[in-house]
Design a binder for this molecule. Structure first.
Ligand code: BV8
Length: 250
């Protein structure tokens, strides 16, 4: 991790002057809460499971108990986890800028637990279940080995998340795209930019000329461009430092 200052003066000035800041977070912001990311070798769920196999409706139809138990194990880890300084910095950011749109790909609910008032969950929330037939959503119940039956129709419940090949919640995606199209600064935090349509959001902001700050432990795999800046380091350290640099007396 390079020592501070991680931030170009242009980014700090743009942040200070911003009327509207948009943020997209990915699994990396929850890594310091002890939740494995998807694609990092060794620790990533992507390496441990064939997530493309498990995080799909086809995978659930083929092996409901395996998929359900994978989600139950992730739910247990998430319930035991705490928001970290990165989540808390983004919650504090809401009070420092006139308008903040916080969009997350994460399904762990940690932004809300950190105090962020409005969170756009593009990929749903693992702590909710829904009927696989009628779509009725409910809080996840007690742990079970296999998908419990829907109390109304008896169909198996499934996690209330967006699987690969499924469309994102329309209102969430429209709000996220509107923020990327209107924001003065875009922060891309802890995401590998692999999964679409979320991965397109920062770059539509950059294409308009809005500065994009990538907060990540690596620049690997991140697109480059004149409006794309990097702050390399763990989000739990970089985001508090960013707020301190932009609002030293806050
Ligand atoms: C869609 C919920 C329209 C479930 C997730 C074929 C058919 C259909 C669609 C496609 C297709 N081929 C491609 C697609 C599109 C597909 C896609 O993008 N696939 C990828 C793999 C290429 N997208 C979809 O399917 C989407 N739907 O397109 O619908 C449609 C419909 C039908 C037919 C055609 C089109 C749905 C996408 C949503 C999938 N669901 N999650 C669950 O969680 O179980 S996605 C999953 O990946 C998670 O939500 C995760 O958040 C997300 C993105 O990953 P990241 O968050 O970026 O995490 P990752 O591990 O990759 O990276 C972590 C980063 O953090 C790294 O950069 C690392 O360096 C960094 N980091 C680590 N530690 C730190 C850190 N940074 C800072 N600090 C640290 N401490």
């Amino acid at each position: 991790m390079t020592a501070p200052p991680w931030f170009s003066p242009a980014v700090i000035e743009a942040l200070r002057a911003a009327r509207h800041v948009a943020v997209l977070t990915g699994a990396g912001i929850s890594a310091e809460s002890g939740i494995p990311t998807f694609r990092e070798a060794l620790t990533g769920l992507w390496a441990t499971y064939d997530a493309e196999e498990l995080a799909t409706a086809e995978g659930f139809a083929r092996q409901p108990r395996v998929v359900w138990q994978w989600y139950e194990s992730r739910r247990a880890a998430i319930r035991a986890a705490q928001p970290n300084a990165g989540h808390r910095a983004l919650a504090a950011l809401a009070d420092l800028v006139p308008r903040l749109t916080l969009v997350t790909q994460n399904v762990d609910g940690l932004h809300r637990r950190a105090g962020s008032p409005d969170v756009i969950e593009l990929h749903g929330n693992i702590l909710r279940s829904r009927c696989s037939r009628e779509g009725i959503v409910m809080e996840a119940g007690s742990t079970s080995e296999s998908p419990p039956p829907c109390a109304r129709c008896g169909a198996p419940l499934r996690p209330d998340v967006v699987w690969f090949g499924e469309i994102l919640p329309a209102a969430a995606l429209v709000a996220a795209e509107a923020a990327a199209a209107a924001c003065d600064v875009f922060l891309s935090v802890g995401t590998s930019n692999i999964v679409y349509p979320a991965a397109g959001l920062p770059w539509s902001a950059a294409a308009r000329g809005a500065p994009v700050l990538v907060v990540n432990t690596t620049a690997e795999g991140q697109p480059r461009g004149p409006n794309i800046h990097f702050a390399l380091g763990p989000a739990g350290a970089v985001l508090p430092a960013l707020l301190a640099a932009a609002w030293p007396r806050a």
